[in-house]
Design a protein around this ligand. Structure first.
Ligand code: PGA
Length: 251
């Protein structure tokens, strides 16, 4: 894994009220206390961001949002800006999750604008890409990823991408219990890194962290992490329980 520091991120999606989020994060904080070899990050719902961030302040857990607006402020009812999530204590933001693409009309073009907004606000963008089952069966995985990565990063200067994290999440593996095999994950991660090398050079490609996401659990994390180009995980369902997620963190 060269010198890339692993990142284990938990995506709580639309689960947990404020008290539930605080309860889980307080337990997690104790369970992962003393872990220094990996970065740990949790994305609660917007409503719980401040309280979760206050609970983990000074600990080894970082907090991210699950989305952000590409506008910095204005009359955009229901939207949340980069400065709002920064002021709530966030350092990271997930962008382009497949559930946003599937159910909320997220496109590569809006993903691109959101990545630019994250960069403006000095947030680490966790940029999600991945193919559907039909695309994989049609042998289109590489072309789908090429387009998502190229269009998502369109027009962004290399020096602005220093903190970028990519999350490869095959849509067919999310919440389905079907994990990509570690070989399938490695193959795609290696391919994406190769594309980044062509576009931005080897230095950048070797430094960018590529996470795997899709039915990650305590039983499969070690094997996934043993792959040369897998630099961490974006965990959905198995991040909701503090004990289970702590086992993933301590893979
Ligand atoms: P899952 O979700 O771990 O529940 O499959 C992963 C994700 O959507 O980030």
């Amino acid at each position: 894994m060269e010198n890339r520091r692993p990142l284990i991120a938990g995506n709580w999606k639309m689960y947990k009220t404020c008290p539930e989020a605080v309860d889980t994060i307080a337990k997690l904080k104790e369970l992962v206390d003393g872990v220094t070899t990996v970065d740990i990050m949790i994305t609660p719902a917007f409503t719980a961001l401040s309280q979760v961030a206050e609970t983990v302040a000074g600990s080894n857990i970082q907090v991210g949002a699950q989305n952000l607006s590409w506008h910095d402020e204005g009359a955009y009812t229901g939207e949340i800006s980069g400065s709002m999530i920064v002021s709530a204590g966030c350092t990271h933001v997930i962008i382009g999750h497949s559930e946003r693409r599937q159910y909320f009309n997220e496109t590569d073009a809006t993903v691109n604008q959101r990545i630019m907004a994250a960069i403006r606000h000095k947030l680490v963008p966790v940029f999600c890409v991945g193919e559907t089952e039909a695309e994989r069966e049609a042998d289109a995985t590489c072309s789908v990823l090429d387009k998502q990565v190229t269009d998502g990063l369109q027009g962004i200067a290399l020096e602005d991408l220093a903190d970028l994290v990519i999350a490869y999440e095959p849509v067919w593996a999310i919440g389905t219990g079907k994990t990509a095999t570690s070989e399938q994950a490695q193959e795609v991660h290696h391919y994406v890194r190769g594309q980044l090398e062509k576009a931005y050079g080897a230095g950048f490609a070797q430094s960018v962290r590529i996470l795997y996401g899709g039915s990650v659990k305590p039983a499969n994390i070690a094997e996934l992490m043993s792959m040369a180009d897998v630099d961490g995980a974006l965990v959905g369902g198995a991040s909701l329980d503090a004990e289970t997620f702590s086992q993933i963190v301590k893979y």
